[in-house]
Design a protein around this ligand. Structure first.
Ligand SMILES: [Zn+2]
Length: 227
């Protein structure tokens, strides 16, 4: 994973673990010390055309011009937040097809890259499921998939999918709208936003969303046994 720079998170020095049982902590997971910087920094663009940071830095926007949530990058400090992903590390893992746990190359076979998708977390299912599933969890390598099945308390009903064509679709995050007194108010619901959406200037991204295309549901246990 590239260190620093736009879209890149810091690579932890070797696999991080947590607690007396030394649970592996995915590199894409956020830590409690990685606080968000948003409310004081966010403002309305001087031209009124959308959101902006008061002092924008390189890397605040992605190549589509969408603003990203700023977040400290200090993996290993505080407690791991297994349910939350760090915006920059999630994006870097997704873009570079790196394993979300160890940051090594994700598993890829002739049937595609390996993703573990939770049945319950996908929004409305496309008609030809799993083709077209929108996914925010970066891919994974086989050894880490085995670890995740054993240790990850939040992974219920995982479906192992191989996708020959994971396509960058957009972002997950939230909209902010100007009030009549020129302040900003957050729209309560988190949202998926496709790149090119007309509301993108009023959106702050937290995670990159990939659409899994040309998918095969696989028997992960059988693949692990054969590996
Ligand atoms: Zn891995």
């Amino acid at each position: 994973m590239p260190a620093g720079g736009p879209g890149g998170g810091t690579v932890p020095p070797g696999p991080l673990t947590w607690g007396p049982n030394r649970l592996p902590v995915p590199v894409a997971a956020a830590w409690s010390a990685e606080t968000l910087e948003l409310a004081p920094a966010l403002t309305i663009h001087p031209h009124g055309t959308g959101l902006a940071y008061r002092a924008e830095r390189p890397g605040d926007r992605d190549r589509h011009g969408v603003l990203w949530l700023r977040c400290r990058d200090t993996p290993g400090q505080g407690r791991p937040q297994f349910r939350a992903m760090h915006p920059a590390r999630q994006r870097a893992a997704m873009l570079n097809r790196l394993c979300q746990v160890c940051a090594g190359p994700a598993s890829r076979t002739s049937r595609g890259w390996l993703f573990l998708v939770q049945h319950t977390e996908t929004r409305e299912q496309p008609a030809d499921w799993p083709d077209g599933v929108l996914c925010t969890k970066p891919p994974i390598c086989l050894p880490c998939a085995a670890l995740a099945l054993r240790h990850c308390p939040h992974l219920t009903e995982p479906v192992a999918i191989r996708s020959r064509k994971p396509r960058v679709w957009g972002v997950f995050g939230g909209h902010y709208l100007p009030t009549t007194d020129n302040r900003l108010t957050q729209v309560p619901d988190d949202a998926y936003l496709s790149y090119g959406s007309p509301t993108a200037p009023w959106f702050v991204a937290q995670q990159l969303v990939v659409e899994l295309q040309r998918c095969t549901v696989i028997d992960l246990v059988a693949e692990l046994a054969a590996a």
